[in-house]
Design a protein around this ligand. Structure first.
Ligand code: ADP
Ligand code: MG
Length: 334
């Protein structure tokens, strides 16, 4: 059974960035306004994420890493509204099967923090001979998750990684996306042991500030707001897109559907097509788009490693977004 769990986990989490995505989403779901991420060896040695969210009750710590443990489904009907999440209550369980996982957490009404280690879905002693029970310790409200030695027991997976810096680049790209989108959250992301600032965005920064800090001032200065909604198709889209004055070498697309970072080649291709009549040949746009779509219209079976999503009336919604971009680009002075 353990082998089956390990294989299943290795399919949900194929690279460190997939584990981190789940951990970022958990921290944001917990109402955090600050996320600090520390990475060693591209995330293979260590992924650490500290948040200041609601924390986890000590009584819930024993079952935290069992499959389908989630505080986010109150009723069966909620299954209908899980939308783009695709799967529930599997992230921490999966990670515990393929890494050394420890959790330190404190809720507002607990007098101390609690720390626990997990292996294969269960509480585990930090060292042989020690107790597996959560240990009281000092700490602030919030949760710190440490994922160490990812894939230590999946040698084939581990061998597939060519370079730590390649894995770190994927991590940085993901963090930058969430740091633009979650405009009420401060983000930091660093490689352990390096003195550089890494990624750092203060809580007060607006979406435009965040694009300026993480990408460049010349992009941020050339962004216009887009906003379009349609009741029949059950969607609202908001975002910032580059004007014709910005000419990128490749398309940068920060796409969120129901607050999850996803890919949509349909939307991306259509927008590139739209821009092609505004930009010189080969020039590419910078696009940040946040779509809210009624959850029952989004394919719930998206796998976390396949970030490509599908939703109803994809063509109509895409066309409406492109129309809005066309209008906004047409009204901007060159
Ligand atoms: P899901 O997010 O689908 O519920 P996970 O396995 O990712 O499943 O997490 C399981 C549960 O652990 C969550 O429902 C939540 O109650 C709790 N949890 C995980 N991470 C955090 C966090 N950073 N802060 C507070 N609670 C958390
Ligand atoms: Mg989760």
């Amino acid at each position: 059974e353990d082998v089956v769990n390990k294989i299943a986990a290795g399919e949900i989490i194929v690279a460190p960035v997939h584990a981190l995505k789940e951990l970022i989403e958990n921290a944001v779901d917990a109402g955090s306004t600050s996320l600090e991420i520390l990475v060693k060896d591209g995330g293979l040695k260590l992924l650490q994420i500290s948040d200041n969210g609601c924390g986890i009750n000590k009584d819930d710590m024993a079952i935290l890493c069992e499959r389908f443990t989630t505080s986010k489904l109150k009723e069966f009907e909620d299954l209908q509204s899980i939308g783009t999440y695709g799967f529930r209550g599997e992230a921490l369980a999966s990670i515990s099967h393929i890494a050394h996982l420890s959790v330190t957490t404190k809720t507002a009404d607990s007098s101390c923090a609690w720390k626990a280690h997990y292996a294969s879905g269960k509480l585990a002693p930090p060292k042989a001979g020690q107790s597996a029970e959560p240990k009281a310790c000092a700490g602030r409200q919030g949760t710190q998750i440490q994922v160490e030695d990812l894939f230590y027991n999946v040698p084939t997976r581990r061998r597939a990684f060519r370079s730590a810096s390649e894995e770190y680049n994927k991590i940085a790209e993901l963090v930058e996306k969430y740091a633009v989108h979650c405009a009420h959250v401060a983000f930091s992301c660093k490689k352990a042991g390096e003195s550089g600032a890494g990624i750092a965005v203060p809580v007060s920064a607006t979406v435009k500030d965040r694009i300026r800090i993480l990408h460049s001032g010349s992009i941020a200065n050339e962004m216009v707001d887009v906003e379009v909604a349609n009741e029949q198709y059950g969607f609202k889209a908001k975002g910032l897109v580059s004007t014709a004055n910005y000419i990128g070498k490749r398309t940068t697309m920060l796409l969120f559907i129901n607050h999850r970072s996803v890919d949509s080649s349909v939307i991306k291709r259509a927008l590139e097509q739209t821009y092609s009549s505004f930009l010189p040949k080969g020039g590419k746009p910078f696009i940040y788009l946040s779509l809210d779509i009624e959850p029952n219209r989004v394919d719930v079976n998206v796998h976390p490693t396949k970030r490509e999503v599908n939703f109803l009336n994809e063509d109509e919604i895409t066309e409406m977004i492109c129309d809005e971009v066309r209008v906004k680009l047409g009204t901007v002075d060159r």
